[in-house]
Design a binder for this molecule. Structure first.
Ligand code: PRP
Length: 192
């Protein structure tokens, strides 16, 4: 191997939510979902790619009720640390969801635009019910009001990565949620 690999862990300041707290809270969410869906036949957990893939993977393994999983990918135009506003579907469901009980699984709600768009789009397909479960929620950033049924953690307005969340497609593999050093997303060198 030629060259020196950067260490991703050097790019974060604080661990905001460690592995233990994440797993404990996801267990609580799973228990709540089991209770709420006890009379519901075969709900569909709908994972919003890419960010929610790790949350979905942990949550589905904790559920003992019969359920299905499927995936959609939603993209907001523009890049960087904030979403621009315009949203579009880049990967859609193949199956009809009319009459199905849908639980959207999201990693984070920021402005609310992604889920507002997705919710309207899915409601137009006549599901029997539609609920939203997000691991993280940034209430201070909300621009569009979205009804959220399950929230893992309310967090402050920090740029967080890990457990599925990225900056520039990197850091999704961290097993915890951490705050990215501002100089990383500002593109500044760390040392003088
Ligand atoms: C993130 C996150 C949500 C959305 C939340 O997705 O996964 O889907 O932004 O922001 P909003 O509430 O302001 O709409 P991103 O576009 O970064 O794509 P990714 O899931 O592939 O990382």
């Amino acid at each position: 191997m030629v060259g020196v690999k950067a260490n991703l862990f050097d790019d974060v300041n604080d661990v905001l939510i460690d592995q233990e707290r994440l797993q404990e809270r996801i267990r609580e969410l799973a228990q709540q979902i089991e209770e709420d869906y006890s009379d519901v036949e075969n709900p569909l957990l709908l994972c919003v790619l890419k960010g929610a893939f790790i949350f979905l993977a942990d949550l589905t393994r904790l559920l003992e009720m019969p359920h299905e999983v499927d995936f959609m990918a939603i993209s907001s135009y523009g890049a960087g640390t904030t979403s621009s506003g315009a949203v579009r579907i880049v990967l859609d469901l193949k199956e009809d969801i009319a009459g199905r009980h849908i639980l959207i699984i999201e990693d984070i709600i920021d402005s609310g635009r992604t889920l507002d768009y997705m919710r309207r789009n899915l409601l137009a397909r006549s599901p029997a019910s539609l609920r939203i479960c997000t691991l993280l929620n940034k209430p201070s950033r909300r621009a569009v009001d979205v009804p959220v049924d399950y929230i893992g953690f309310d967090i402050p307005d920090e740029f967080v990565v890990g457990y599925g969340l990225d900056f520039d497609q990197i850091y999704r593999n961290f097993p915890f949620i951490a705050v990215l050093k501002p100089q990383v997303f500002a593109g500044e060198p760390e040392d003088e």
